[in-house]
Design a protein around this ligand. Structure first.
Ligand code: ATP
Length: 226
């Protein structure tokens, strides 16, 4: 599903954010990316969402070498990725329903079909009753769940989340991670950047550890105990 092959990323300032990073993620896997602040976690996710391009090596998604994706095809590739951000980036003057519907509207999904899918996504994150609410009237955790509903509504084969639980309490954080794990169980590949070691430990999933841009560990708890 995802393949990084000796990937390097050097920003214009000359700083190496990623150095010789190689790994693969299969469909149905949930993987945490962790490491100190500045280790390269966000950069790694940005290469997948084509916000940044690698300086060396190759990033492949579904067998497609992302370096070959032309600028005008970038939006199409991004439609195959559900993106969740720490600051969730909701449109505050639109309803919860409209926020979640946005990717479907952009993709041209007919209204009745879109409404069905939006409600299914909201149901999944436990917010069906709040579809008419404006995001400002929701708690931080609820807003984050709207962001997740928006990321999953198009049923993308890949979800990437950058510190999705950064400002949530531990219980809510676990709930959101369990939701991601459920998506992985039905075949979605899920990549979550997080520095919350307590949460990562609790979820018992594969963990990639970055240190100053290098991948220093790739820990698979299931295999370790097998
Ligand atoms: N657009 C950019 N231009 C120049 N340097 C950048 C840019 N984006 C990130 N960097 C640098 O690349 C390194 C890796 O940054 P990145 O954001 O990937 O780390 P991170 O592990 O996500 O950190 P954090 O946990 O603090 O978000 C850092 O030293 C950062 O300053």
């Amino acid at each position: 599903m995802i393949r990084f092959e000796q990937v390097g990323k050097r920003y214009a300032a000359g700083l190496d954010a990623l150095i010789d990073v190689s790994f693969e993620v299969a469909a149905g896997e949930m993987v945490f990316v962790t490491g100190h602040s500045g280790a390269g976690k966000s950069t790694l996710l940005k290469l997948l969402s084509l916000v940044e391009r690698p300086s060396r090596g190759q990033v492949q998604v579904h067998g497609v070498d992302l370096a070959r994706v032309r600028r005008r095809r970038v939006p199409q590739v991004r439609r195959g990725i559900g993106m969740v951000f720490q600051d969730h980036r909701l449109l505050m003057d639109r309803s919860v329903f409209d926020n979640v519907a946005l990717p479907l509207v952009i993709a041209g999904v007919p209204r009745i079909e879109a409404a069905k899918r939006v409600r299914a996504a909201l149901d999944k994150v436990g917010l069906l009753a709040r579809e008419k609410a404006e995001p400002t009237t929701l708690s931080a955790g609820e807003q984050q769940r709207v962001g997740i509903a928006r990321a999953i509504v198009g049923k993308p084969p890949l979800i990437i989340a950058d510190e999705p639980t950064g400002n949530l309490d531990p219980q809510l954080s676990v709930g959101i991670m369990q939701l991601f794990a459920e998506f992985a169980q039905v075949g979605t590949a899920v990549l979550v950047a997080s520095h919350d070691l307590h949460l990562i430990k609790r979820m018992n999933q594969r963990v990639l550890v970055l240190d100053h841009g290098r991948l220093i560990d790739d820990f698979r708890p299931q295999q370790a105990t097998a």
